[in-house]
Write a protein that binds this ligand. Structure first.
Ligand SMILES: Nc1nc2c(ncn2[C@@H]2O[C@H](COP(=O)(O)OP(=O)(O)OP(=O)(O)O)[C@@H](O)[C@H]2O)c(=O)[nH]1
Length: 316
């Protein structure tokens, strides 16, 4: 057995495509893997241009690639992350993937005959599994990243992310002298809802309150769960007057209809504190402290009220 016969037997056993083109891009050889996946025997295609056999190939790009291998005599590579596939070969994996075609890593190697460059070998490696698992990993990472920002119960932002956002918005407002307001609201007598109807009912009220408020806000506003039954909203580009309007809407929406739990109607309300950005405030914490003080006044003046910071506005 000659060395070249052994080579071609090994090449035929490979679980990757091996294809040889001459300097005019005509097919000189391909292995069994390709014959199976293209569903054509080598004899059907020998001597034909690679671009006729695979009309889907990006001709200009591939010609440039092959030319550089021919001219420089050095290998080249195209991974699936750059191009998912070059050749439209079906994949045979029993997994659902994003594409009906096999994801490929393609390597281009100079082919020498008697020390002379005579063509280019193209190795086609099936990386459908790698591509699939990478996509799954990416999706999971994105979900995880989202989970670190979201409150598990109410699905609004958690306190950590919300406070980071406030830091950012505060700096922006200070730098560009923008309007910005903060609403902090706390459900009234929430303990008695838990005590009278159970924690599941309390949870339902929290979820419903968050949803109602979220539906009233602009896309640029940032709603977060600050703690237990306390929420906070950053109203970007919103001065005090606008913030009062939003607070009135929230107050109305929360009290308008009850939550129904086990056939019982549970009415609920919230007390709301408002603080607006001004250039004398030194940090976002000042703003929180002012909104919190206003919320405290809303509670102590009877609940289901809106109060502004500082005390220049009477609670309504
Ligand atoms: N169901 C439920 N209850 C919660 C959750 N987080 C905090 N709480 C409850 O919320 C209640 C808050 O009670 P308080 O701080 O006394 O406030 P309140 O009863 O709303 O009274 P005011 O705020 O003064 O109107 C406590 O009973 C907490 O256990 C939660 O995620 N789910």
């Amino acid at each position: 057995m000659t060395e070249s016969m052994m080579d071609s037997q090994i090449i035929d056993q490979l679980n990757s495509g091996v294809l040889l083109v001459d300097l005019n891009y005509k097919l000189v050889h391909w292995n069994r893997f390709l014959a199976v996946h293209v569903n054509k025997s080598f004899n059907d295609v020998v001597g034909q241009s690679i671009f006729d056999v695979f009309p889907e190939l990006p001709r200009r790009w591939l010609e440039r690639k092959l030319n550089s291998v021919i001219q420089l005599g050095t290998p080249s590579f195209c991974g699936w992350e750059q191009r998912h596939h070059l050749f439209e070969l079906p994949h045979t994996r029993p997994i659902s993937t994003d594409s009906e075609f096999m994801a490929q890593n393609c390597t281009f190697l100079p082919y020498l005959e008697q020390q002379q460059l005579a063509g280019v070998y193209i190795l086609i490696e099936d990386v459908t599994d790698v591509c699939h698992y990478q996509s799954m990993l990416k999706a999971t990472m994105q979900e995880l990243e989202l989970a670190t920002r979201i409150d598990g119960l109410t699905k609004v932002y958690n306190r950590k992310f919300w406070e980071e956002s406030l830091t950012h918005e505060f700096l922006r407002a200070k730098r560009y002298a923008c309007d910005m307001s903060l609403l902090m609201f706390d459900l009234d007598h929430f303990k008695s809802i838990n005590d009278n109807y159970g924690h599941q009912c309390g949870d339902l009220v929290l979820v419903e309150a968050a949803q109602r408020v979220n539906s009233l806000l602009r896309d640029a506003d940032i709603l977060g769960r600050y703690g237990g039954e306390e929420f906070a909203v950053i109203l970007t580009e919103t001065a005090q007057f606008g913030a009062v309007e939003v607070a009135e809407r929230i107050k109305k929406s929360l009290t308008a209809t009850p939550v129904v739990f086990n056939g019982k109607e549970i009415y609920f309300s919230a007390s709301i504190g408002i603080a607006s950005f001004n250039s004398e405030q030194t940090s976002h914490e000042t703003l929180i402290a002012e909104a919190d003080a206003a919320l405290y006044r809303a509670k102590s003046s009877g609940r289901n009220k809106i109060c502004l910071s500082p005390t220049l506005y009477k609670c309504s």
